[in-house]
Design a binder for this molecule. Structure first.
Ligand code: ZN
Length: 280
């Protein structure tokens, strides 16, 4: 299902990204058994990272985020790739229901992004969490400080009266470097809340057509979803780099090498049998 749109608006001087991330956030809630307040913060972060993943240029591109803060949610990790496969975790999946976004996300701390666009060296950027605001403000601060790109971002995670997820999404406007003052003003005055409401009601494409006269020559629609890329094959390659001796020692001490994937909550176990197969 198409749930992400990227195009140019305001005379092709501003990039617009709209995403309906409801399915992605629903999967995260299911996998991690998130409380509503943990789901709010992780869901907003996953939605923002869906946008960042959509900005990757190279086919092998990957991006990951790490938030370390004093928030009730604890550390947050989210990764995405060019295929728009997103995955993430929050250290405390069961933050108290009464805690608001800021209390779960944290007042002081840092946000770090590692972007590997397939070139020789990954780009690493970071910022301190801003004093005011939550997830959206932290991403805007990151873009301002670390990438020197003015960025207007709004993410949403909405629940019904019973606490069931009804919608999640992201709306982002990013003026291109040559945007003039009048365009910047129009960008600032655009209500991202209104755009998100329209995405919820009629989808990303109809939303863009309703509120803008988008440049159809750069109209890109895609699908993003929650998908972890861990596998036994991948972990086997990691064990090869660990080396025969190390693996043998762990198996002797613990009976098996146990690996837990934070992103999808899957447990892997490698026994003596596997050791013989990996290191014949
Ligand atoms: Zn996994």
């Amino acid at each position: 299902m198409t749930n992400l749109l990227r195009t140019l608006v305001f005379d092709s001087k501003v990039s617009l990204t709209l995403a309906d991330t409801t399915e992605t956030v629903a999967e995260a809630i299911k996998l991690h058994k998130l409380s509503r307040s943990s789901a709010l913060v992780l869901g907003k972060t996953l939605s923002a990272m869906t946008f960042m993943s959509a900005c990757l240029k190279e086919e092998t591109g990957e991006i990951s985020l790490s938030v370390k803060s004093d928030g009730e949610g604890g550390d947050i990790g989210v990764s995405g790739n060019k295929k728009l496969f997103l995955r993430g975790y929050i250290a405390q999946p069961d933050a108290s229901e009464r805690a608001d976004e800021k209390q779960v996300f944290g007042k002081t701390g840092s946000l770090t992004i590692v972007r590997d666009d397939g070139y020789s060296r990954p780009f690493v950027g970071a910022c301190a969490l801003p004093e005011i605001g939550g997830v959206d403000e932290a991403f805007e601060e990151y873009y301002r400080i670390s990438e020197q790109l003015p960025t207007y971002m709004k993410t949403a995670v909405e629940f019904d009266g019973e606490g069931k997820l009804v919608f999640a999404g992201a709306a982002v406007l990013q003026p291109l470097p040559f945007a003039d003052e009048n365009t910047l003003k129009k960008t600032r005055e655009t209500s991202l809340e209104t755009l998100l409401d329209a995405v919820k009601e009629k989808g990303v494409e109809a939303c863009a057509e309703t509120y803008f006269a988008p440049d159809k020559t750069v109209w890109e629609t895609r699908e993003s979803l929650y998908k972890c890329n861990c596998s036994r094959e991948y972990l086997t390659r990691v064990l090869v780099t660990l080396g025969k001796e190390q693996m043998h020692r762990i198996i002797e001490e613990d009976g098996a090498v146990r690996v837990h994937c934070h992103y999808c909550n899957k447990d892997y176990q490698f026994t003596e049998e596997d050791e013989k197969r990996i290191f014949p």
